[in-house]
Structures are given as structure tokens and as C-alpha cells.
Design a protein around this ligand. Structure first.
Ligand SMILES: C[S@@+](CC[C@H](N)C(=O)[O-])C[C@H]1O[C@@H](n2cnc3c(N)ncnc32)[C@H](O)[C@@H]1O
Length: 161
């Protein structure tokens, strides 16, 4: 599935959203200027770029995605690669592996492999953090046709699992 416009000049790429997301993230995991971070399905990599600046990271962090956006963040090492392929071949270790709004795009079999491989790539005390929408207990403000299409799309995804 191509997701080129997920965060294209929407609130998801707004500095205030990214700032508050990263503040929340740093309450969940201890990171410092020596940390290594991997963002799987990083999109334009703005979240990771902003986090790198906030932590004054000594080494650039890695963001991977199957889409290569022209305006992607230059403060990160970006790799245009499928998550499974990257995880199978990568030797680097990470203190945080982030999957934000990405895990639902994979089949359950692949999710299991992603998590298994990610665990092997963690430094001691490293964490995998997954952010995903709960498709049942959430309410999205919609108008009628949008609600129908959203429900259809969510049901389709659940069928894939
Ligand atoms: C909904 S967007 C989330 C982007 C970003 N993590 C965020 O929260 O703003 C999901 C991202 O996962 C990427 N993606 C989808 N399948 C992928 C795969 N097999 N390997 C790596 N990235 C993938 C998409 O291209 C897209 O950028």
C-alpha cells in the first residue's frame, strides 16, 4: 500500500504535534545523546529528525520506509527498504525501535517476524515501542460518507490479519 500523503503538510507533520509526541515518547523510554534509534515506517522522518535534535544525538539515527519522499528529513539516515528485508540483514543495534502507525499495515505473520527480529537488534535495556490506533475503542470525528469508508477500510485490514 502506498502512503505518500499520510503526513504531507497535515497536523501529523506540524511542529507542535511532533514536539508533544516526542515529549510523550521520552517519558516512556530513557534516551541520551549516545542513543541509537530505528524508526520503522518513518514516512518523511520528521519525528526522528526532531528527536535527534532534541537529544543532540552524536550519531544519526535510522529511518526506513518503502516510500522515498523528496522532502524527507536530512537529520537522519534514511533507507528506502522493506522493513522485513532491513531487519533480516541489519547488524546495527538500537536503544529504541519505533513503529508508529505502521504495524497495522503488515500481516500477522510478518508482525511476529518483525517483533522477533527487532528484539534481537536491541541493546541491553533497549525498547520496542509500538503506536497504533485501536480500531474498536476509538471515535473519529467524521461525516457520513467518510465514516462508511473508514469502517470499510478498517474491516478490510482486520480481515487481512
Ligand atoms: C501511516 S504511515 C506512518 C508514518 C510515520 N511513522 C508517522 O507516524 O507519521 C505508515 C508508513 O509505513 C510505511 N510502510 C508501509 N509498508 C512498509 C514496509 N513494508 N516497510 C517499511 N515501511 C513501510 C509507509 O510507506 C508509511 O510511510
Amino acid at each position: 500500500m502506498s502512503l505518500k500523503n499520510w503526513d504531507n503538510k497535515t497536523w501529523l507533520s506540524s511542529p507542535s504535534y511532533i514536539k508533544s509526541f516526542n515529549n510523550f515518547l521520552l517519558k516512556q523510554v530513557k534516551l541520551n545523546k549516545n542513543s541509537q534509534i530505528l524508526d520503522i515506517g518513518c514516512g518523511r522522518g520528521k519525528i526522528l529528525g526532531s528527536l535527534s535534535l532534541k537529544l543532540s544525538l552524536k550519531r544519526k539515527s535510522t529511518g526506513i520506509d518503502i516510500e522515498n519522499h523528496k522532502d524527507r528529513d536530512k537529520r537522519i539516515i534514511f533507507k528506502k527498504i522493506d522493513a522485513l528485508k532491513f531487519l533480516k540483514n541489519n547488524k546495527k543495534r538500537f536503544d529504541l525501535i519505533l513503529l508508529k502507525q505502521t504495524i497495522h499495515l503488515f500481516k500477522i505473520k510478518d508482525i511476529k517476524t518483525i517483533l522477533k527480529l527487532s528484539k534481537t537488534l536491541l541493546n541491553p535495556n533497549g525498547k520496542i515501542i509500538i503506536f497504533t490506533l485501536d480500531p474498536i475503542n476509538n471515535e473519529i470525528p467524521t461525516f457520513s460518507i467518510m465514516r462508511k469508508k473508514t469502517e470499510k477500510s478498517l474491516n478490510k485490514r482486520q480481515e487481512n490479519y
